[in-house]
Write a protein that binds this ligand. Structure first.
Ligand code: UDP
Length: 327
């Protein structure tokens, strides 16, 4: 098979490209490199384009023969999304509409779409199943919900098959293959802890320890990016075999508190990691944990890497990332 991977230079997209090529598939990455990395697409065919430019997309993609599209290209910073809603809707929603228009013209029917647990907003149950109402509390989550609706409407017309995969907290890396997470600025918990542990001059803060959780810190469901990659590939195989439209949570189904994550990182690093406790971060629900039963059944998929494996891979990657940053 040969697939188009939009946003293939980003964190999750680059790990999907890796797994696809390991399985012998061809990959063409489409990316605008606004946040993705050129080093992350080494060895793949690359098209540099902005999804907002429909005529450019048509020019670059017409005549291409793809067996399906993995669609990751999107803006994804929650804080920024609130400040720039028009920009987020243009990039994420209009960009997806343009991509679909070209895909339909070219006859690429199967699309695996990168969605997010942010479509749910504040959960009302211990674990979140796909039946939870969609009430995103930030613009980023709103754009992803609309992107899902767009795919659903096109599917209802009989023109495409799609799997919307709602990730919980993607984490970990593939250090043996030279891939991992690299955002500037970095806002995520695990890379922030490990950057601090490696000696970065950043103030590591636990955002609130007065939540109604056992140790007072927020609970999240961390899932290894390579487990996510396997689920994406199984989802594409499902679309090829039986078509359809799916919305599936991808998580471990197990929650860890910020303090537990810090403890796992200290174990991986081998020393205590200096930190302080600060105020709550606005917009953080106390607990977000997936009920990923449906993905397990529909995709015949189970995540196989636990929190310790996640932080160990992230720590090995952090050493590589620092070496790359110094060149
Ligand atoms: N967090 C923290 N300190 C940090 C970064 C994150 O305490 O420097 C907390 C954050 O409040 C949340 C959890 O860690 O409860 C995971 O945050 P992250 O930004 O990694 O992912 P999110 O759940 O927001 O998608």
């Amino acid at each position: 098979m040969h697939y188009l991977v939009t946003g293939g230079a980003g964190y999750i997209g680059s790990h999907i490209c890796l797994r696809l090529t390991e399985l012998g598939h061809g990959v063409t990455v489409l990316d605008d490199f606004s946040s993705g990395h050129r080093w992350a697409v080494t060895g793949h065919e690359v098209i540099e384009a902005d999804l907002r430019d429909l005529e450019q997309l048509r020019r670059l993609l017409s005549g291409c023969d793809f067996d399906g599209v993995f669609h990751f290209a999107a803006k994804s910073l929650v804080g920024e999304s609130g400040k720039k809603p028009v920009y987020y809707f243009q990039n994420n929603v209009s960009g997806t509409a343009n991509l679909l228009e070209v895909a339909l013209e070219q006859g690429w029917r199967d699309c695996v779409f990168s969605s997010t647990a942010a479509v749910y907003g504040n959960p009302t149950t211990e674990t979140i199943a796909e039946t939870q109402p969609l009430k995103p509390i930030n613009v980023y989550g709103q754009t992803k919900r609309v992107m899902e609706e767009l795919l659903s409407a096109v599917h209802a017309q009989g023109n495409c098959n799609a799997a919307c995969l709602r990730y919980f907290n993607a984490a970990g890396a593939a250090p043996e293959q030279g891939l991992g997470e690299w955002h500037e600025p970095e806002t995520h918990l695990i890379p922030n802890i490990l950057r601090r542990a490696a000696g970065d001059d950043l103030a590591l803060t636990i955002f609130g320890d007065d939540y109604a959780t056992p140790d007072g810190t927020c609970i999240r469901d961390y899932i290894h990016v390579l487990d996510l990659a396997d689920a994406h590939i199984k989802a594409m195989e499902l679309l090829h075999q039986q078509g359809g439209f799916y919305r599936l949570n991808l998580g471990n189904g197990r929650g860890y508190s910020v303090r537990e994550v810090l403890g796992a990182c200290e174990q991986a690093v081998g020393v205590p990691i200096a930190h302080t406790v600060g105020a709550r971060r606005p917009g953080d629900p106390a607990r977000l944990v997936a009920d990923a039963t449906q993905a397990g059944e529909v995709l015949d998929w189970q995540p196989i890497r636990d929190l310790q494996a996640i932080v160990e891979s992230a720590w090995a990657w952090e050493q590589q990332r620092r070496a790359m940053a110094q060149v």
